[in-house]
Design a binder for this molecule. Structure first.
Ligand code: XMP
Length: 510
């Protein structure tokens, strides 16, 4: 089944996945390939349109990544974004240079075209810029369709269907970004919108059945979105041939292990839960460094999972690898699988035959995985679950992890989440949780002086977790959470709210 394809050629742009994802949201298939992809390979893919991403380099340096000039002669529409637009200009005889000052952040884009542009909105708008180099002279045949106070913001040559924008239409900070992609994909590339998740699902189910035959598959199920959707697809495809192992390391949130079990124990597959809190706590005794905690939890996870694998004797290993994992590890050559394994399952033996991996999500972005989860009737609160780190609460307890601290943090975290969950869905932060600091502080409860834990509340709003704003939660909500925490949990004397963005902070405290 060959969908119409928009090819995203990557020149090191940090937003390449947002670009590909924006195209797919329009019902048009997209894939990301390196900017250096040979022209013959590009032709073989038969893309209906090509998008060149941004990147951190200067096009006029010899060492910078380039594409073949022939790319612009294929009779396929091209949209260059940021570095991609500069590259187009540089190769086609325009001029690109460094500016005295850069443009970083939201900038007013002024509509410049006397006639109607085929791609740009016919009005001024705000867009995200992130560049110092800019186009100084456009190649012959190109029109300037938008400018800012400091640079040429958009160009086009409609005779040969080449377009460029200096700003980033793929980010939420650009208004009308979606309209620009729509114009490019539908009006210029003539897409029909033939990419549908339902087709992906039936195709994958067919592929899994062909690959697995009547053999057994083992899957490490964490209860996260990816492994859960992976389990639900495998269940539909091969049902009873699947065994899912849920290693409960004891660092889950309040009642979370039981919740995950209650969702999955009614499926056709065999569900094994290993309660290993004591074992993990012993391993973390006296450990205070967060990186060491991560390493130890990961290693112990492999051990537990390996022990269970041996009992199951499965020929195939399922994995919730998703498309960004594939892209970030350099492509479709199988290395991605190993990297995901290192992150989530903990690692595959060096001689593991990658043909024995079943990865039904490897073509999907996270939002598509969630949509598929809904299609497969997984509970809404699972499909829209906020991210939760693999090592769990062990890295939200500063200093040594003990059973007592875990129980306190679980209770604090549950109260905070209950209060935030009263917000309407669109108003909720992207991630919100509590941290048990390594500090105690003086308090007064009743007439007695106390000396107890200081807990911190953290809530962030973001689209990609690479940068985040702290969420400006209402003071009434914060006050209600603080009152409940100090009233209901005896060993907490003080509650603080984290008001730092990322950067300079990270989301997690450790
Ligand atoms: P940071 O703290 O790096 O977090 O700003 C960004 C996102 O990554 C999650 N995170 C982790 N996820 N294992 C994981 O599976 C980890 O060790 C880990 N550390 C951070 C974090 O929750 C946030 O969503």
């Amino acid at each position: 089944m060959q969908n119409q394809t928009i090819l995203v050629l990557d020149f090191g742009g940090q937003y390449k996945e947002l670009i590909a994802s924006a195209v797919r949201e329009l019902g048009v298939f997209s894939m990301i390939k390196p900017g250096s992809m040979p022209i013959e390979d590009i032709k073989a893919l038969k893309p209906i349109g090509i998008i060149l991403t941004g990147g951190p380099n200067s096009v006029y340096l010899n060492s910078s990544p380039k594409c073949d000039k022939a790319l612009f002669e294929l009779n396929i529409p091209v949209l260059g974004i940021c570095y991609g637009m500069q590259l187009m200009c540089h190769i086609l005889g325009g001029e690109v240079g460094s500016s005295i000052k850069g443009e970083y952040g939201k900038v007013l884009i002024k509509n410049e075209s006397a006639r109607n542009s085929k791609i740009m909105p016919s009005r001024d708008f705000i867009a995200l810029m992130s560049h110092r180099d800019s186009v100084k002279k456009v190649p012959s045949g190109f029109d300037i369709t938008a400018v800012t106070d400091d640079c040429i913001a958009a160009i086009e040559n409609t005779d040969i269907n080449l377009f460029g924008v200096q700003f980033h239409p793929e980010t939420k900070d650009t208004s009308f970004g979606k309209e620009i992609f729509k114009n490019f994909v539908f009006d210029i590339c003539k897409a029909t919108g033939d990419y549908k998740l339902g087709d992906y699902l039936s195709e994958e189910i067919k592929n899994i059945r062909e690959k697995v035959g009547n053999k057994k598959v083992l899957l490490a199920l964490s209860g996260g979105v990816d492994s859960s959707v992976c389990a639900a697809i495998l269940d539909k495809a091969i049902g009873k041939q699947l065994t899912c192992v849920f290693v409960d390391h004891g660092f889950m949130r309040k009642n979370e292990g039981d919740w995950i079990e209650s969702i999955f124990k009614n499926y056709n597959f065999k569900f094994i839960r290993i309660n290993a809190e004591d074992r993990f706590l012993k391993k973390l005794k006296d450990i205070t460094c967060s990186e060491q905690k991560r390493k130890i939890v990961g290693q112990e996870f492999i051990k537990v999972f390996d022990e269970e694998s041996k009992k199951v004797n499965a020929e195939f290993l399922g994995q919730g690898t998703i498309y960004p994992d594939v892209v970030e590890s350099g492509g479709e050559d199988g290395k991605s699988a190993v990297i995901k394994a290192h992150h989530n399952v903990g690692g595959l033996p060096d001689d593991f035959d990658l043909n024995r991996l079943v990865e039904p999500l490897r073509g999907l972005f996270k939002n598509e995985v969630r949509a598929l989860g809904k299609k497969l009737k997984l509970p809404k609160n699972l499909v829209h679950r906020q991210p939760f780190p693999g090592p769990g609460l062990s890295i939200r307890i500063m200093g040594e992890v003990t059973k007592e601290k875990l129980d306190v943090l679980r209770d604090v975290d549950a109260i905070f989440r209950q209060e935030v969950d009263k917000l309407t869905p669109g108003k909720k932060p992207s991630q919100y949780f509590a941290v048990l600091t390594n500090t105690k502080s003086v308090g007064v409860k009743g007439d007695a002086r106390t000396y107890d834990f200081v807990v911190a509340l953290r809530a962030v709003t973001t689209s990609d977790f690479m940068t985040c704003d702290y969420t400006r939660l209402d003071h009434k909500l914060l006050s209600a959470a603080s009152k409940r925490i100090t009233n209901e949990i005896a060993s907490v004397s003080r509650v603080v709210f984290d008001i730092t963005d990322k950067p300079p902070s990270t989301v997690e405290w450790e």
